[in-house]
Write a protein that binds this ligand. Structure first.
Ligand code: UD1
Length: 418
């Protein structure tokens, strides 16, 4: 079993350009299906989730090439409309292909994405949104068969601001004649990024970033080139890595406005921050202090994806912090692993009380999900002694050249092959 071997306590310093946002690029790759021609996405990170999405595009008949950080998707010819189970199982977010295939072909067949490591993740809102637009969806033995039952722009009300359901509805609406309005839409920056890409393709979309998005669909779209925004969760991970090692780093290629909630916590914990458009500089010269409360919430609230990462940083600091995870069940699986490193964390339902235990110590720990795995790396960078993090498959889903980037900043981290 391969693992990262980390010797903690080396202060990080230097600068790093953060890679493109995983959560932007996945729906954008699916959006390429809307156009019979070649789209070019730039700043596309080399991640296993991206490769899995490209596998699906190729299976559907697209020609997909990678040139450096660009991915070229030619969806001129599609020869099937179904995504088989083994590809759906790779990644829950591939449910986004439902909206894209429906818009392009008027038909889609996907196996049910099912649960995942964050607990049950239903797709009822996705299905209700598509049905509202006129899709007929049958669920039979774990397969979703989706057909055009008279697609037409309509008003969709989301009872929860689901990121995936908002994106699925946006893509489907591009293929529906007339006006679609998505009320209660998620407001995440990645949705604004998707809107901008769709606009580059000629789609009439407005309102992303707010809770009402309007799409006038049905008109043909054209191929486009687009640069994906920087990954705010990867940026948060590198910032927390610098903070736990009492280092100083500059992260480029990231809009500070997309990380306001995380930056506020780091500042409260004792870090000094300096921001400019496109860059964040963090310096930390003492152990992190506890912060009042960290409650995960839809954007612009504190992102659930940064919860484990900040928790790992604060667990090795001083003072107490109450975390409340409001977005997903089972999102405290990193806690047992952090305890092996000496962390003092008590979990009760959605709440986790972290009592800063001072410097953690190295241990053999295992990633059980993407961000929980990144959190263990952050903890290891700050800990005394050597930490071995296994379960790297989870971490590779969301971080490009993770050990290499950390090493370039002065960390002692090596990948030990199986
Ligand atoms: C996306 C992100 C993920 C992030 C999450 C929340 C991608 C590829 N993934 O996931 O990294 O952690 O947003 O910011 O962009 N829900 C329902 N029914 C549905 C859909 C969602 O009840 O049909 C619930 C979920 O269980 C969860 C909440 O809505 O409690 C938010 O989930 P959602 O925003 O949909 O997350 P994802 O789009 O899956």
């Amino acid at each position: 079993m391969s693992c990262y071997k980390i010797t903690g306590g080396r202060p990080l310093s230097g600068s790093l350009a953060v890679h493109g946002a995983k959560n932007s690029v996945l729906p954008m790759l699916a959006a390429c299906l809307l156009v019979p021609g070649q789209c070019v996405l730039r700043n596309v990170p080399d991640l296993s989730d991206v490769s899995a999405t490209i596998d699906i595009l190729r299976l559907l008949g697209c020609r997909v090439d990678r040139e450096g950080d660009a991915v070229l998707v030619d969806a001129s010819v599609l020869n099937r409309s179904d995504v088989p189970e083994h590809l759906m199982r790779e990644m829950r977010s591939s449910v986004i292909f439902l909206g894209a295939l429906l818009a392009r072909l008027g038909v889609a067949e996907l196996s049910y994405p099912g649960g995942c490591e964050l607990g049950p993740r239903p797709i009822d809102l996705h299905l209700t949104a598509l049905r509202t637009l006129g899709a007929v969806i049958l669920e039979e033995q774990g397969v979703l068969c989706c057909q055009n039952g008279g697609l037409q722009g309509r008003e969709i009300c989301l009872s929860i601001p689901s990121v995936g359901a908002t994106e699925n509805a946006m893509l489907a609406a591009c293929g529906c004649p007339g006006l679609t309005t998505i009320l209660g839409a998620a407001r995440e920056p990645e949705i604004v990024d998707l809107q901008n890409f769709l606009r580059a393709m000629g789609a009439k979309v407005t309102g992303a970033g707010g809770s009402a998005i309007s799409i006038t669909g049905g008109a043909p779209l054209h191929p486009a080139e687009y640069r994906v925004m920087g990954d705010r969760i990867a940026a948060a991970t590198y910032l927390c890595s610098a903070a736990v090692t009492e280092g100083e780093i500059e992260v480029d290629g990231i809009e500070p406005d997309t990380l306001t909630a995380v930056l506020a916590c780091l500042e409260e914990a004792g870090c000094t921050l300096h921001t400019d458009p496109g860059r964040i500089v963090l310096a930390c010269s003492a152990p992190l202090r506890g912060v009042r409360q960290v409650r995960t919430a839809p954007y612009p609230g504190f992102p659930t994806d940064a919860q484990a990462i900040l928790m790992a940083a604060l667990a090795g600091g001083e003072g107490a912090t109450l975390f409340v995870e409001n977005m997903f069940d089972s999102r405290y699986r990193h806690v047992d692993e952090l305890r092996r490193m000496g962390a003092d964390i008590q979990v009760a339902g959605r709440a986790a009380m972290v009592s800063g235990a001072g410097r953690l110590h190295g241990a053999a720990v295992r990633a059980t999900d993407l961000r929980g795995g990144a959190a263990l790396v952050v903890a290891g960078l700050g800990a005394e002694g050597t930490t071995q993090v296994s379960g790297l498959g989870h971490i590779r889903r969301g971080y490009e050249r993770f050990p290499q980037n950390l090493r370039a900043l002065g960390a002692e981290i090596r990948e030990i092959p199986a």
